[in-house]
Design a protein around this ligand. Structure first.
Ligand SMILES: *Cc1c(COP(=O)(O)O)cnc(C)c1O
Length: 480
């Protein structure tokens, strides 16, 4: 019987006239734990998966994410043209490798990397290596800021160890100092056996303050992470002030502690909206920087960047020479194989928009954030924690009277979710754990009108929460 049934199914599966929703596959709940015994027609499988994916949240209404949710159609085209190209095969795909190197050069320039041999304007298109640029800075693409943070942290750890070993000092207790970090730094610390010294938020603060640093740094500090765009509050930490505090520590104690800037979001915002803010390689103490191409870098999901101010900041032992792909290819990454399309799409965005285009895109986002902040201010029950001015294009707010409001920000998130909006409610990190906030990120593709509609829905949700929800009896007008 089994054989006979299988044959039948097979015959039906091959019937080109079968309706997509009346085929053998669609007549059953999809296999979820074991691979099906038989093949199925591609159009049926596609349609079923397409339908299932409609249950996911609508990415355009996901106001919780920093990541790109809108791209031009050409990006999709380039991505699919690169679906078979492996980023790591730099000898096989020399142009993809060259484009990665060009992106590193462009980003190094955006972040004011010091020039190496004075050949700053040289065309690096013949440079197919791991992103070594003519100006002296070195860097590479990664899968995102998390991988880039691991690489940045590892370089700090190696350099600290080499310094200590050269002086015959113990190297068994490295620590890294940071404010309210994204989880990637907790991962770095645990995976690579480094103590994470987290500087708590002071009352009213939205990030680490420079005065706090001295109490946490010592001779075993491999580096201080400063965040340009704190995940929880969207504020920039004061990198220059932190650098000055570390200069004083070096003068007094002799500890030369480098800074890594986690510019996951701000790395592609500050150069365009806050060009006078000195946070990058203009500060001698900044050894390395990471950013997510797939956040305000405007590339699609799957690309980040890690850059070091010069080759000295990246210990040679961490760079592997791989020769079995043909040629001698330097690689510094946690991953090996990875698609090339995201890096190509990053270069597309650079060429397509240019500096002026990036500035206009980010400015439009910042203007819309301020527009939303003004709306939120008028609504009544909220206190703005961040109004979109001076750092990331975003708004965050809290309930002015959380005890007396009669509802929580979590309730309000649920109400918004009924209209498809994803606005997260969460507590701030220590020591402000008792403050619950809403955070709305405005990014490329989130337009002014969309945010006006969100504001309308917020007002409606507030009215509903204020009056409470009617019972079934009240709804039907049936009263005893
Ligand atoms: C998003 C973010 C990260 C992680 O970046 P991915 O690109 O998602 O890996 C790290 N640090 C900060 C500050 C972030 O905002």
């Amino acid at each position: 019987m089994a054989l006979h049934r299988a044959k039948d199914t097979h015959a039906e599966a091959d019937d080109p006239y079968a309706d997509l929703f009346a085929s053998p596959l669609s007549a059953h709940v999809l296999p979820k734990h074991r691979m099906p015994a038989e093949h199925a027609p591609p159009d049926v499988v596609y349609e079923l998966l397409h339908s299932e994916l409609l249950l996911d949240g609508n990415a355009a209404q996901n106001l919780a994410t920093f990541c790109t949710t809108w791209t031009e159609p050409y990006v999709g085209r380039l991505m699919s043209e690169c679906v078979d190209k492996n980023m790591v095969d730099k000898d096989e795909y020399p142009q993809t490798a060259a484009i990665e190197a060009r992106c590193v050069s462009i980003i190094a320039d955006l972040w004011h990397a010091p020039s190496g041999d004075g050949n700053g304007d040289g065309d690096s298109s013949g440079d197919g290596g791991g992103g070594v640029r003519p100006r002296g800075a070195v860097g590479c693409s990664t899968t995102g800021s998390s991988e880039a943070a691991m690489l940045g942290g590892l370089a700090l750890k190696w350099r600290w160890r080499a310094r200590r070993q050269a002086r015959g000092e113990p190297v068994d207790r490295p620590n890294i100092v940071a404010g309210p970090v994204q989880v990637c730094w907790e991962k770095f610390a645990r995976y690579f056996d480094v103590e994470l010294r987290q500087v708590p938020l002071e009352p009213g603060a939205t990030g680490m303050r420079a005065e706090q640093v001295a109490a946490y740094v010592d001779e075993n500090t491999i580096g201080v992470v400063a965040i340009l765009g704190v995940t929880f509050t969207c504020a920039y930490e004061p990198v220059a002030e932190i650098a000055a505090a570390l200069d004083r520590i070096e003068a007094e104690r002799g500890w030369d502690v480098p800074i890594h800037v986690d510019a996951a979001s701000g790395g592609f915002v500050a150069p365009f909206l806050h060009p006078d803010l000195v946070w990058d390689f203009r500060l001698d103490r900044v050894a390395s920087i990471n950013a997510s191409g797939h956040k305000y870098g405007l590339a699609p999901l799957g690309v980040g960047w890690a850059l070091w101010r010069d080759a000295d900041a990246l210990p040679a032992e961490l760079v592997f020479q791989v020769d079995y792909l043909g040629g001698d290819v330097p690689t510094f990454a946690l991953n090996f194989s990875r698609p090339g399309g995201e890096v190509i799409a990053q270069y597309y965005a650079f060429l397509r928009l240019g500096r002026a285009g990036y500035r206009r895109v980010q400015q439009a986002c910042a203007d819309t954030a301020r527009y939303l902040a003004a709306q939120v201010r008028q609504m009544g029950p909220f206190t703005l924690l961040y109004d979109g001015e001076g750092a990331l294009p975003a708004v965050s707010y809290t309930l002015t009277d959380p005890r007396g409001a009669g509802f929580s920000l979590y309730d309000l998130s649920d109400q918004l979710r009924m209209r498809g909006w994803q606005v997260p409610a969460y507590p701030l990190p220590a020591d402000r754990h008792d403050t619950v906030v809403h955070r709305v990120l405005i990014r490329h593709g989130v337009g002014r009108d969309e945010i006006a509609l969100l504001a309308d829905d917020l007002r409606q949700a507030l009215r509903r929460l204020a009056t409470g929800t009617p019972t079934d009896a009240e709804r039907t007008g049936f009263h005893h």
